[in-house]
Design a protein around this ligand. Structure first.
Ligand SMILES: C[S@@+](CC[C@H](N)C(=O)[O-])C[C@H]1O[C@@H](n2cnc3c(N)ncnc32)[C@H](O)[C@@H]1O
Length: 350
């Protein structure tokens, strides 16, 4: 539903991106009941998707051909997307939700902490803020569960049969996020483990560092789980599903090497971080590996619901693939619009 806030955001983004190719919604009217249900183009049988209200037209941008950035709440955008209309979903969601809600996010932007903590600087460089997932209350965890269930429901609806969802988590919250995905009708197909050395955990007990100098309260985190889920195939075999929808498996690394579920990728640093200074920026090395793998025939559309500064979309552009991203924060959307063309050109060491 188009609210007064949405209208304001449209004006804001228009001003921010003045002179650039912003496509604005033609109308700001209230939703109306549709006269006739819509049908999915190309479906053998007329599949009725019948949204109850006229769809909202979200402001969108095209930083590159085949790449679309939409200013929208992901759940709202997905709810009005046709069934079976994206081939893969690759995303790094707000795992705990609260870290990207106004209260804590504003504090982080003002450098005041809250849920975000600034890790101590060392080797001369200032570290980016990290959200502290250990401080979540039971109520916040419950909200998280409800949100990811709604998200996973929409995911399995809009993916084509055999399409994969590849979703980032962290070891503290992955159980909640993955359980919601599994119970929405998606099949769990494993986890991709990213080897990454971070500054999370590993500290001695606060206030008693000398007394307990041999103790780490939690392990220092050195890996990141990405859940691999698949919408069940509609055909009898994966081969038939690949022929019909182009999905069902992963693209091999090479003739001799299958797609693997372990991958080493250090945190994004300069020059990527200079182009896209988002607190949760994922490195191009990792995103290109995942995005390449998730479209087994290199055909179709990749969607990132929580696209932040656009690292998934930049990876898709680098690989010559089509992608759509939704982001509800206008500053990050603007960052993504500017960063994608340059991130997509970055050379990475393999
Ligand atoms: C973990 S960050 C993703 C960052 C991304 N991996 C990158 O490389 O830039 C999650 C993003 O989701 C956005 N977000 C949070 N809730 C959202 C929602 N309901 N719909 C759309 N975007 C949302 C936040 O503003 C944030 O930019």
């Amino acid at each position: 539903m188009q609210s007064a806030d949405d209208a304001l955001i449209c004006v804001f983004i228009g001003a921010l991106l003045e002179g650039q190719n912003v496509i604005m919604p033609p109308t700001m009217q209230s939703p109306k009941t549709l006269k006739a249900p819509r049908q999915v183009a190309g479906a053998a049988e007329p599949v009725v998707t019948a949204p109850a209200v006229e769809p909202v037209e979200f402001p969108h941008l095209h930083p590159l051909p085949g790449i679309e950035l939409v200013l929208a709440d992901a759940l709202q955008w997905m709810a009005q997307r046709d069934e079976n209309s994206v081939h893969a979903i690759v995303t790094d969601p707000p795992y705990a939700l609260v870290e990207y809600e106004d209260k804590d996010h504003d504090k982080m932007r003002q450098g005041q902490g809250g849920l975000w903590r600034i890790p101590p600087s060392f080797d001369g460089s200032q570290r980016s803020p990290l959200p502290r997932f250990t401080v979540l209350t039971p109520k916040e965890r419950e909200k998280l569960n409800t949100f990811f269930k709604a998200f996973a429901y929409q995911t399995q609806r809009i993916l084509v049969p055999g399409g994969h969802l590849v979703i980032a988590a962290n070891p503290l919250l992955s159980t909640t996020v993955f359980y919601a995905c599994e119970t929405s009708g998606m099949e769990k197909r494993g986890e991709l483990i990213r080897i990454v050395k971070t500054l999370r955990g590993g500290d001695r007990p606060k206030g008693a560092e000398t007394e307990f100098s041999d103790v780490s309260v939690m392990p220092r985190s050195s890996w990141e789980p990405w859940g691999l889920f698949r919408k069940p195939i509609s055909e009898k075999t994966v081969a038939q599903n690949l022929r019909k929808w182009g999905t069902g498996g992963f693209r091999r690394i090479s003739d001799d090497e299958p797609f693997r579920d372990i991958f080493e990728a250090a945190p994004a640093r300069s020059p990527e971080r200079d182009l896209a200074p988002h607190p949760s920026l994922k490195p191009q090395k990792l995103m290109r590996y995942i995005v390449r793998g998730v479209l087994p025939l290199s055909r179709g559309v990749v969607y990132d619901p929580f696209c932040g500064s656009g690292s998934t979309l930049a990876a898709a552009a680098n690989l010559g693939l089509s992608a759509i991203g939704t982001e509800r924060d206008v500053q990050y959307l603007t960052m993504a619009h500017q960063a994608i063309p340059r991130l997509s050109q970055i050379k990475i060491s393999t």
